[in-house]
Structures are given as C-alpha cells and as structure tokens.
Design a protein around this ligand. Sequence first.
Ligand code: ADP
Ligand code: SF4
Ligand code: MG
Length: 330
Amino acid sequence: MLKVDDLRVTLRRGIEVVRGVSFSVRAGKVVSIVGESGSGKSMAVRAVMGLPPPMASLSGSILLNGEQLIGAPERRLKQLRGSKISMIFQDPMTALNPVVRVGELIAEAVRLHNPQMSARQAALRAIELLETVAVPQPDVRARQYSHQFSGGMRQRAMIAMAIANNPDVLIADEPTTALDVTVQAQIIEVLANLRRMFPVGLVLITHDLGVVAGVADTVVVMYAGKVVETGEVHDIFHNSRHPYTRGLLACLPDIEKKGGKLIPIPGNPPSLSTRPSGCPFRPRCPIARDICAHQEPPLRHVDRVETACHFAEELRSPGAPALQATGGHG
Ligand SMILES: Nc1ncnc2c1ncn2[C@@H]1O[C@H](COP(=O)(O)OP(=O)(O)O)[C@@H](O)[C@H]1O
Ligand code: SF4
Ligand SMILES: [Mg+2]
C-alpha cells in the first residue's frame, strides 16, 4: 500500500538530508525505521506525508495505493492526510488543542473527512476510538481536557485522532520518546494491536532498536540520510552485516545481560556540512579500511539482509571479533 523508492529530500543550499531511501509497508505489517537522531528519519516521513520543510525539494517515488504523491497537488495531499495516511508525533502536548475537550478533538478529526456524519454520531465514534486505544472510562475521558490526561493517555488520544478514519498507513514518529519506559511499552502495544482491528500498515520510527524487537516485521536502519541496512526483524537482530547496526544492537541492555560485551558506538553521526567522503560511518567504524574513505558502499543483498558496507561478508555472527577491534579512522 505504501511504497517509497529512492526518496531524496534536498533543503535550501543543496543540502541533501534524505539521500535515496526506499521502504514499503503492507496492510497489517509494521516497518520500523531506526537510527540515531539526525539520520533523516523525520525528514523522510514528513516527505511521505507531503509535509516537508518549506523550500525543500523532493525526488524519487512515493506510491500510496498505487498513487504517486510526489508532485501531487496540495489539495489531493490534504484529502489523503488523515484519511488514507496519518501521522502521530513525538510530543502530543503541542498537538492537542488545550481548550477543546479531548472527545471533541477526536470528533472533529472524524468529521473532517466525514462531513455528512452528525455531531452525535461523531461524539460516539470518538468514545469508541478512545476505547480502541485502551483509554479506561472512555466516556468520562472524552469530556476532559488534554491537561487532565497523563503523557501516556495524551499519546493514546493522539493515536485515536490519527486512526479516526481507518487510514491505510499510520506513521508514528518516535511516539514514545517523551514517556517513561513502562508507558512506552504500553503505547507500542496499543499501536501493535491496531492491526488486529483494521488492516493498517504501521511505520514506526524510533532511535531505539529494543522498541522494535517485539512488534516490527521489517527494520530499516538509517544513517546520515541513507538506508545502511534493512531486512526482516529476526535477521536484523541475528544476521546483521553492518557495523552500525551491530553497534546499535550492542547498546541494547538486554544483550549486555546475556553476557555479550557492551560496545557503544563511539563518536557522533556526521553533521550535514562535515559528512565525510566515502562511507559516512567511517569515522566511527571499527573495521574501516582505505576503500571506505573513497567509495560510499551501495545497499546490496548479503545473505539474509540488504547491507551497505564494503566488508559485510566479514561480519558473520553478532559479537564477531572484528567488531571489538579498535582503531577505526578517527
Ligand atoms: N527545518 C530544518 N531545516 C534544516 N535542516 C533541518 C531541519 N530539520 C532537520 N534538519 C536537519 O536534517 C537532518 C535530518 O533530520 P531529521 O530528519 O529530523 O532526523 P531524525 O528524525 O532522524 O532525528 C538533520 O541533520 C537535521 O539537522
Ligand atoms: S563501508 Fe567501511 S567504514 Fe563503512 S561500515 Fe563498512 S567497513 Fe565501516
Ligand atoms: Mg526525528
């Protein structure tokens, strides 16, 4: 239903923040986009929503149910947003109008795309939606204001608004980052459960691979505006061939507990102006060699995943000695 191909987003002064990203999501499936802050995850999905920053230019292809969204008129994108494709954001506080009751906010979202529906019907639908996202006492909650909601409850209300019209695709951009760990898990569960109620395809963005383990079908790992590795969730966790993914995995406390060595990724992602030549991960990569400075590795099939690393074949099982080597180019 959503198929993104070679998506590029270029900001003013020719700065490319998304550099050829491809992924797709089908009904009832979860695609997770992971990567550190600044890797272009939000830019990519804002482009998919038809909401790139002003003056940005887009290229590539974004097909929603076969319809090309790149170059589509704003009128059409507006129709699709909130009905066929919708998005929830990291911070529900800024997105929920504080002076309107939560039930009315949701009812407004319902009627925006169903103007024929009566106010009464929309109000009932709002309560039903709050129930869908597991808000206790939804009829009482519907009459409250967002400041009477906890962070987790607010995020549920946001999800209720986003699914008001049973979209085919729901994009969640770091929906749990601002919440504490227990609440994070609950929100992820609410999102994962939506698939059982209607055939939504979910794009879940996070900087935390641990979040995706239980719910994703496919994982897309982004670094410096590109996909550096992608595959089925099991293969990303067990057959990753990219030093960056391995680094993210090594940062998972769970793996640490199992006796593996904790190997955080030293250094920071490149800034846009100082992106190195060749492989963008090179300054932080424990197995980098000369070729990495000259040639950016393309994404290619290696065993069970697609990986962008010149030396993917060397990384076999997680924790392979090569990863623990030190002395990458600094
Ligand atoms: N409005 C903006 N104008 C210019 N650059 C931006 C803007 N927003 C983000 N960027 C830059 O674009 C890059 C990608 O950002 P973003 O997509 O937000 O990353 P992520 O969501 O993965 O953290 C970053 O380097 C960021 O600094
Ligand atoms: S291409 Fe080179 S620098 Fe990039 S991840 Fe692979 S080994 Fe490391
Ligand atoms: Mg972001």
